[in-house]
Design a binder for this molecule. Structure first.
Ligand SMILES: C[S@@+](CC[C@H](N)C(=O)[O-])C[C@H]1O[C@@H](n2cnc3c(N)ncnc32)[C@H](O)[C@@H]1O
Length: 190
């Protein structure tokens, strides 16, 4: 049977083209992108945040689920990438692409959705949780599925993943995004 290709939003296609032109290889995969779109769509009046814009692929997926009353703010420390990604969203004043360190996001918190993908995830996980609004959704991708509890990576307990999965302020779980990759998805308790 021939499976039809699933549609990819045109802005995602444009961001993927930009990534290819810039030689940027760390964009999120479409499976994660669909999760991002779902999360943004679940918060139609929310503040949606992303750390690590890259070339704007994740941003474009978030944008594809963005409600009319929502805002999307993303930050990238690489000036050239940030400038190029910002060019994809100049027609939509709900979107802000910031240039600099991820902590610039703090002035826009609390977040109803936070895709923490560049800055914060490893260097200040407690602050990542702190920036979530009550009921806010946190998405962290690029984990490797583990059959163990606590989860292992590289032969050792994955302390970072464990931190998010067991944080007392979060209801968190891990979902497969492909057979070989997973994401942590969490909601901040009220
Ligand atoms: C995995 S890539 C982002 C991919 C993008 N979110 C997507 O889904 O297509 C990580 C990005 O985070 C940026 N980054 C890393 N540390 C950062 C920090 N402390 N502040 C801002 N950006 C950071 C890197 O320059 C890189 O472009």
């Amino acid at each position: 049977m021939i499976m039809a290709e699933r549609a990819v939003p045109s802005r995602v296609v444009a961001a993927e083209r930009l990534a290819s032109e810039a030689g940027f290889k760390k964009s999120c995969i479409s499976e994660v992108g669909r999760l991002l779109r779902l999360a943004a769509a679940a918060k139609p009046h929310g503040v949606i945040a992303e750390s690590g814009t890259g070339s704007g692929v994740g941003t474009a997926w978030l944008h594809s689920g963005l409600g009319a009353g929502a805002r999307l703010v993303t930050v990238e420390r690489d000036e050239e990438l940030a400038r190029r990604a910002a060019g994809l969203f100049t027609d939509d004043d709900r979107v802000s692409v910031l240039t600099g360190d991820w902590r610039l996001l703090e002035q826009h918190a609390p977040f109803d959705v936070f895709f923490c993908d560049g800055g914060g995830k490893r260097d200040d996980p407690e602050q990542v949780v702190e920036l979530l609004a009550p009921g806010g959704l946190l998405i962290l991708d690029d984990f490797t599925p583990s059959p163990h509890w606590p989860p292992h990576f590289g032969g050792e307990v994955d302390e970072l993943r464990l931190f998010y999965l067991t944080h007392p302020a979060l209801d968190a779980t891990e979902v497969l995004t492909t057979p070989a990759s997973s994401a942590v998805v969490a909601a901040r308790r009220l």
